[in-house]
Design a protein around this ligand. Structure first.
Ligand code: HEC
Length: 172
C-alpha cells in the first residue's frame, strides 16, 4: 500500500479472495507476517488496483468496480496524538517535560532512565498494557491519583482506540 488515502496501511499487502468474499490486509516485517486483517467486502474479488492517491479499486465477479476510500471523520491516532505532543515529544532536544512514549506498550511504568517521575506514577508498578494505557489516558488522575500529567484525559472511546493504534507504531 502506498499513497495518502490509507496512511496506516502503508507498506501492507492487500489480497483479494473469491471464495471468502474478503479482502485481507497483510502486514509483513521482513519476510514474516505479523498481522492479518480480514476486510469484508461481500463480493467475490477478481482483481484489485491502487490509484496514485492510494484509493483502492476492486473488480468483482459480477463485473462491478468498487472504490475503497477511508471513512472521513473517523479519528486518526496521529490527530489525537497532537494533544499529547504538546508535552511528549522530546524531539532532538531531550525535553524534561514528559517521558518519551516510543515503545510505550509493554514498557515498565515510570521506568524511562533519566526522567523524574512522580511518586504516584511510580507506585503503579508493572508494565503498560493496552488496557492500562486506555485507563490512564481516559483519566490520568483516576488511574494514578497525584500524577503530574496534568491533563483532563481523552474522553472519546473511538479517539482512545485510534490513539492506541497510533502508539503501537509510534517512534518519534
Ligand atoms: C501537559 C503535559 C502532558 C500532556 C499534554 C500529556 N502528557 Fe503524558 N505525561 C506527562 C507527564 C509530566 C508524565 C509523567 C507523569 C508522572 O510522573 O506522574 C506523563 C506520563 C505519561 C505516560 C507514562 C510514561 C511512562 O514512562 O510510564 C504515558 C503513557 C503518557 N503520559 C501518555 C500520554 C498521552 C497518550 C497523552 C495524550 C493523550 C499525554 N500523555 C499527554 C505530561 C503530559
Amino acid at each position: 500500500m502506498t499513497g495518502e488515502e490509507f496512511p496506516r496501511w502503508r507498506g501492507d499487502l492487500l489480497v483479494g479472495t473469491l471464495q471468502q468474499q474478503n479482502l485481507y490486509r497483510v502486514r509483513l516485517r521482513g519476510k514474516k507476517v505479523t498481522y492479518v486483517e480480514p476486510i469484508a467486502v461481500g463480493k467475490r474479488i477478481r482483481d484489485l488496483h491502487q490509484t496514485p492517491t492510494g484509493k483502492i479499486l476492486l473488480w468483482t465477479d459480477d463485473a462491478a468496480v468498487v472504490v475503497l476510500t477511508r471513512r472521513r471523520g473517523a479519528p486518526t491516532g496521529a490527530a489525537v496524538f497532537t494533544q499529547c505532543r504538546r508535552c511528549h515529544e522530546a524531539g532532538g532536544g531531550g525535553s524534561a517535560m514528559a517521558p518519551n512514549l516510543a515503545g510505550i506498550i509493554g514498557r515498565p511504568v515510570a521506568a524511562l532512565p533519566g526522567y523524574e517521575y512522580s511518586a504516584a506514577l511510580k507506585a503503579v508498578k508493572g508494565a503498560w498494557t493496552e488496557e492500562r494505557l486506555q485507563a490512564f489516558i481516559a483519566d490520568p488522575q483516576v488511574f494514578a491519583p497525584g500524577t503530574t500529567m496534568a491533563v483532563a484525559g481523552v474522553a472519546g472511546a473511538a479517539d482512545r482506540a485510534a490513539l492506541l493504534e497510533y502508539l503501537r507504531t509510534y517512534s518519534p
